[in-house]
Design a protein around this ligand. Structure first.
Ligand SMILES: Cc1ncc(COP(=O)(O)O)c(C=O)c1O
Length: 431
């Protein structure tokens, strides 16, 4: 008999040279056995998709011809700058752009990212070793988890959480501690407390500002403290900076990499999905610590062949030449924010205008907050008001009692959404 299997994966044989006998051909077909597909434990550890109920109902309503105003997903509905689409056309017409590209991203794309970091944040990056392109930042993030985390490793994540911050770690086999994100100073104190009291200590800290779903933001000093704690307790930092380019009222979301010493301890993910309206293009980046980038590159080298080269070329043009369009898009979101927040306040809701990101994070008003779950309240708005929102509980128990509303519909539709919400919650509607 062979050795008992260890807990760790092993390559059992990479040179199969067994002289196997011919396979018997049965003369009569055996009783067909029910054929079962058994998923791996990592799949069974995932909870049911929290937005499934909302999405099903939304789908059924739309099939029935209802005009549902969808504030559920943060899926940008405006197009990219025409210059970027034009560049995609010309690059796609070039026969040289259709083969496999570089898994890490072409050099010019990585150079453009480094230029943008320097222009916008004064951060110097070596494009070759300190940047990498990803098939969207979500892909990069989850593969970074695979590069860093394994059985017995723990990551600290924000609560409530963007799902991949939790499940990227879980799928990599790691454990998660989630800490309340609402007050950044308290969050840092809780990080320090967790590191002081946990053995083995957390290996990775995942941060995300501007935060999805709560829209919480921070000032640059926050990251100085993060670097200090990382060095003190020896954890690595991953900053998800997906909403870097969407900010309001003159607020500039700070880059983690601008904090002194940040590159010693961590990386930052950015994306072209939000500010550039290129969500379907799947262009994201990771920048910072060269060893962490090397780990991600190693995993990606096994899993993917990189991004369509025409998309990479168009993305270079987007970063180089369309900053004004990105700024204008933020103004559009700011106008929508004002309409939605103003309307909800008039309905008597307790809601703060976000300084950045694509979401309004609104507390469920009374008496509904005390009388039904956030999921049921979101279903009520959909079923009776034809407005789809994300229940905060879809982002973990820390989101219970809140709704996330995306600013992806235009101002007129947002006004209409507020009217429909008001109507479905009015005393007459309850009666
Ligand atoms: C916080 C956060 N990170 C990452 C992503 C994914 O971005 P990408 O389109 O680059 O994969 C999103 C998208 O909604 C997000 O909200």
């Amino acid at each position: 008999m062979s050795e008992p299997l260890s807990d760790h994966p092993q390559i059992l044989s990479d040179t199969p040279n067994i002289d196997a006998p011919p396979i018997d051909t049965p003369t009569t077909d055996p009783e067909p056995k029910p054929f079962e597909v058994q998923f791996a434990t990592r799949v069974n550890r995932l909870p049911p998709y929290m937005f499934g109920r909302i999405n099903n109902s939304l789908y059924q309503k739309r099939r029935a011809g209802d005009d549902v105003i969808d504030l559920g997903m943060g899926n940008p509905s405006d197009p990219p700058d025409p210059l970027v689409i034009e560049k995609l056309h010309t690059a796609a017409a070039d026969p040289g752009n259709h083969g496999y590209s570089k898994s890490n991203g072409i050099a010019n794309l990585r150079r453009e990212l480094a230029s943008k970091y320097y222009r916008k944040y004064g951060v110097n990056l070596d494009p070759e070793h300190e940047t990498i392109a990803c098939l969207g930042s979500k892909e990069g993030f989850s593969h970074m988890c695979l590069a860093l985390m394994g059985a017995g490793d723990t990551a600290i994540i924000p609560s409530p959480f963007f799902p991949v911050h939790m499940y990227g770690v879980i799928l990599a086999g790691g454990n998660v501690v989630s800490l309340d994100v609402a007050d950044p100073n308290k969050f840092l104190r809780d990080v320090a407390f967790t590191c002081e009291n946990m053995e083995p200590k957390p290996k990775v800290l995942i941060v995300n500002y501007p935060h999805n779903p709560t829209s919480a933001v921070i000032e640059p000093d926050f990251f100085i403290d993060v670097v200090r704690l990382a060095k003190k307790y020896g954890f690595l930092v991953i900053h998800d900076f997906a909403y870097a380019d969407v900010a309001f009222d003159g607020y500039l979301p700070p880059s983690f990499l601008a904090a002194p010493g940040a590159k010693d301890v961590g990386v930052e993910f950015t994306t072209m999905s939000k500010g550039y309206n290129m969500a379907g293009w799947r262009v994201g980046f990771c920048a910072g610590n060269s060893e962490m980038i090397r780990g991600l590159a190693t995993i990606k080298g096994y899993y993917d062949y990189g991004m369509f080269q025409a998309v990479q070329i168009a993305a270079i043009v987007a970063m180089r030449e369309t900053e004004a369009t990105v700024a204008k898009q933020s103004e559009i979101y700011q106008g929508r924010r004002d309409v939605l927040v103003g309307g909800l306040k008039r309905l008597g809701w307790n809601v703060n205008p976000p300084k950045a990101g694509m979401f309004v994070w609104a507390e469920v008003p009374e008496p509904w907050k005390s009388s039904m779950s956030t999921m049921d309240f979101a279903m009520k708005l959909l079923e009776e008001g034809n407005v789809a929102v994300s229940p905060g509980s879809g982002f973990g128990s820390g989101g219970e009692g809140f709704l996330r509303m995306s600013l992806v519909e235009n101002e007129q539709r947002l006004r209409q959404a507020v009217r429909q919400i008001g109507k479905c919650l009015s005393p007459q509607a309850v009666a």
